[in-house]
Write a protein that binds this ligand. Structure first.
Ligand code: CO8
Length: 257
């Protein structure tokens, strides 16, 4: 198991733990994440969820590139669409979900954090969508949610250049709600926000989440497009070049083929 659940009072803490790969998401971890959120959904004893990564260095450093490098275009489209369903369930969860972003939140990790209702970053957090470094595009909703959070122009800039932003920059951009000096402080702040919300009417909180999300339904087409284009890139030489360069710790030489 790489996804751990701890329940204290009304708050459930979910920790993704695969430190040797900076908590990168493989399909097994994705499934565990799906299962744990499902198990909490109808649990009335839980009124808030805190999601974080194990350790200090990384929230989640993306999808598992080693696993990605083995996928066919069809498998990649299916995995992307599966991620969309799971992240959609987090975004539309019945209780508040806060990501404590401790270190790297890259690619699928940034996309996971963006699917949460609130993001609290530690001072060492780094956010980014570096998929173009691999000859890819984001495939877990990043093309849609980054633009929603920071605006289209900044989303183009960050995703085109694969530039990482610091915690303070993420806060300025509206990507992080707060920045805390340490992970403990971030957890404390997240817990206090979740405790405040847990004192409100649970049905009102559930409807509030639905209502705020309702304004963002129009881009369903965007997610379908993202999954389709993400999969198409798996048939390119650039994708093979980008992923094998990462695995071999080399610089990719893209040819546009
Ligand atoms: N996948 C697999 N392994 C990873 C990943 C990853 N995303 N990130 C880090 N690791 C591994 C490294 O390979 C390394 O393993 P090893 O010790 O066996 O060589 C270990 O974690 C530690 O990493 P580094 O030595 O690289 O640590 P550094 O501190 O030097 O660098 C970085 C940290 C900058 C975070 C660097 O590891 C990095 O650039 N990682 C990749 C980040 C990235 O590109 N993320 C995006 C991935 S693509 C993606 O997320 C697509 C999402 C959509 C998927 C849709 C469904 C298919």
């Amino acid at each position: 198991m790489n996804v751990h659940l701890l329940v204290e009072g009304y708050i459930a803490t979910i920790t993704i733990s695969k430190p040797e790969a900076l908590n990168a998401l493989n399909s097994e971890i994705l499934k565990e994440l799906e299962d744990v959120f499902k198990s909490l959904r109808e649990n009335n004893a839980i009124r808030g969820v805190l999601l974080t990564g194990d350790g200090e260095k990384s929230f989640v450093a993306g999808a598992d590139i080693k696993e990605l490098s083995t996928l066919t275009p069809e498998e990649a489209t299916v995995l992307s669409a599966k991620g969309h369903r799971i992240f959609h369930a987090i975004e539309h969860f019945t209780k508040p979900v806060i990501a404590v972003v401790n270190g790297f939140a890259l690619g699928g990790g940034c996309e996971l954090a963006m699917a949460c209702h609130i993001r609290i970053a530690t001072a060492n957090a780094k956010f980014g969508l570096p998929e173009v470094n691999l000859g890819l595009i984001p495939g877990y909703g990043g093309t849609q949610r980054l633009a929603q959070l920071v605006g289209r122009a900044k989303a183009f800039e960050l995703a085109m250049t694969a530039q990482m932003v610091t915690a303070n920059e993420a806060k300025e951009l509206g990507l992080a709600n707060h920045v805390c000096e340490s992970k403990d402080a971030a957890i404390e702040l997240a817990t206090s926000l979740l405790n405040k919300a847990s004192e409100k009417g649970p049905l009102a909180i559930e409807k509030l989440i639905q209502a705020i999300n309702a304004g963002y339904h129009s881009e369903k087409y965007g997610y379908e497009t993202e999954a389709k284009l993400f999969g198409e890139l798996f048939a390119t030489e650039d994708f093979k070049e980008g992923t094998s360069a990462f695995i071999n710790k080399a610089k990719p030489n893209f040819k546009g083929k």
